[in-house]
Each structure stands twice: as structure tokens, then as C-alpha cells.
Ligand binder design. Structure first.
Ligand code: XBP
Ligand code: MG
Length: 265
């Protein structure tokens, strides 16, 4: 099959554009301390809680595990927006200060796609405040102008793994699912993108690497670039370079066999 030239690349944010979840975890714990809740999520706690997308939903899940009276539980759930707003203030401040860089190869692929006339979009569960803070800190003052659509947070009622945020992004882009490619880091994100009909690239992080990504169209440890080339590439999953270039992405999404497939013939 010939390479396809996608009309849009749609990026998840947390874990995909940048490895943000340790900063999120720290912000949750700072908010819990400020609010006098006496909670502290360890890395192991947070890794487990991350299977629930959405910070508010994650806090609600935690409240559900506590031994509380109905009145105590209702009181905490009523405070949830305030707790999450405090967390967002802590998180966005840290990210705005530049504490969280883009993952290797992200800036390169955004540039390559832009130069090829391919539109860019975001489909994230996190809040718009957090997306703005990360994009401005990593891509500069005009970062948001580079994305034709930014779909995020509570713009949809059903968060990932539901496809809603990707369907919203596709609708606002005016692009068919088979003309777009999704980039994700988690199983919930993969399920959302695949349910929306997108060809999906997965670049896991520490927080998500134990998941089963068998349904993904391409799994790489990261997008890579000349400064941080992918080990064993080109050759295992990539044919041309030790990082995922826009041109090779088009060939793979268009059905070019992987070298491993070719070896099987
Ligand atoms: C990952 C999430 C978010 C973040 C926390 O979003 O599930 O909930 O963990 O951010 P993405 P909030 O879809 O970008 O991977 O507290 O703002 O939800
Ligand atoms: Mg993610």
C-alpha cells in the first residue's frame, strides 16, 4: 500500500508530549497537604490510580477506598472541585516554570509534520490550564497557534478510554478518523484512540509500560531523534532511521510492512 499523508496528528499530553505524571503526583500530594487531608500517594499508589483517567475521578476513586461514614464521604466528595483546583494550581505553576521537558523527538515530529502541511491537535484528559502551561513552557509563547484543535479535560463527559475526546477533536478538525494518527502513552488512551478509529502510536512511560499494547499499530519506547536514537533501530520496527520520522510514519500508517513482517515472507 502507498504511504498515506495524514490530514492530522492528534497527540495525547500526559505521558506522550511530556512525562508529566510525577509532577501530577507531587501536585496531588501538595494539594492534599494544603487541604489538611492527611493523604499522600506513593509512586505505587499513583501507578495503580492512574488506571482511572481524570484527576477529579482519581481523587473520587481514592475517597471510595477510605473507611468513612456516608456523611464524611459526602463531605469529601463535595470538596473535590476545590481539592482538584488546588492541585491544578500546584501542577501548572511547576510546569510553567519549565520543570517538565518534552519527551525526545516530540518537538522534531511536530516540526516535520508542520513543514509537511499536516495539522496538529491535542486530545487530553487533563485541564486546559495544564495543557496551556506545558505547551507555553516547552514550545514558546505562540505554542497554542501550532495546534488546530485542543480538545481536553471536561469538554467531554466520558473521558478516556471512551473515544469522546478523539471524536471531538476529529469533529473540530473536520477530519475523518482514517486520515488522522493518534499518539498515546497509556492503555486507556490507546482504547480511546482505537475506538475512535485512529491508527495509533504508543510511546509508554514508567507509569504505563506494564500495559498490554497489542492493539496498537506501532509501539516505540519514545519517538526518538538524532540526539537520542532508539536502541536496535533502524531494523526492528523502523526501516530508515533510529527515530520515527514523519515520512516513515506516513509509510507505516499506509501499510508498509515492518522489516520483521518482510523477513517472514
Ligand atoms: C492523563 C490524565 C490526567 C492527568 C492528571 O491525561 O489522566 O488526569 O493524569 O491531570 P492524558 P488532571 O489524557 O493527557 O494522558 O488532574 O488535570 O486530570
Ligand atoms: Mg497520557
Amino acid at each position: 500500500m502507498p504511504a498515506i499523508h495524514p490530514d492530522a496528528l492528534i497527540f495525547d499530553v500526559d505521558g506522550t508530549l511530556a512525562d508529566t505524571e510525577e509532577a501530577h503526583r507531587t501536585a496531588f500530594n501538595l494539594a492534599f497537604e494544603q487541604q489538611g487531608l492527611g493523604w499522600k500517594w506513593s509512586r505505587a499508589d499513583y501507578r495503580r490510580l492512574l488506571t482511572t483517567t481524570g484527576g477529579k475521578e482519581r481523587i473520587a476513586r481514592h475517597i471510595g477506598t477510605l473507611d468513612l461514614t456516608d456523611a464524611e464521604r459526602a463531605g469529601l466528595l463535595a470538596r473535590l472541585p476545590q481539592i482538584h483546583a488546588a492541585k491544578t494550581r500546584f501542577y501548572s505553576a511547576v510546569v510553567r516554570d519549565g520543570a517538565v521537558p518534552l519527551r525526545p523527538g516530540v518537538a522534531r515530529l511536530l516540526d516535520e509534520a508542520g513543514h509537511a502541511g499536516c495539522r496538529l491537535a491535542i486530545a487530553s484528559t487533563t485541564t486546559a490550564i495544564n495543557v496551556d502551561a506545558l505547551l507555553h513552557a516547552t514550545l514558546g509563547a505562540r505554542a497554542l497557534e501550532r495546534f488546530a484543535v485542543i480538545a481536553c479535560g471536561d469538554q467531554v463527559a466520558a473521558k478516556k478510554p471512551a473515544p469522546d475526546i478523539y471524536l471531538l477533536a476529529l469533529e473540530h478538525l473536520g477530519v475523518r478518523a482514517d486520515r488522522a494518527i493518534a499518539f498515546e502513552d497509556s492503555l486507556n488512551g490507546l482504547r480511546a484512540a482505537r475506538a475512535a478509529g485512529l491508527w495509533t502510536v504508543i510511546t509508554p512511560t514508567f507509569w504505563t509500560e506494564d500495559s498490554d499494547f497489542a492493539d496498537a499499530d506501532l509501539v516505540l519506547p519514545q519517538l526518538g531523534d538524532a540526539a537520542s536514537p532508539l536502541p536496535d533501530e533502524p531494523g526492528t520496527r523502523l526501516r530508515h532511521r533510529a527515530w520515527l520520522g514523519f515520512d516513515e510514519l506516513c509509510r507505516l500508517a499506509g501499510g508498509e510492512a515492518h522489516p520483521a513482517d518482510a523477513a517472514l515472507r
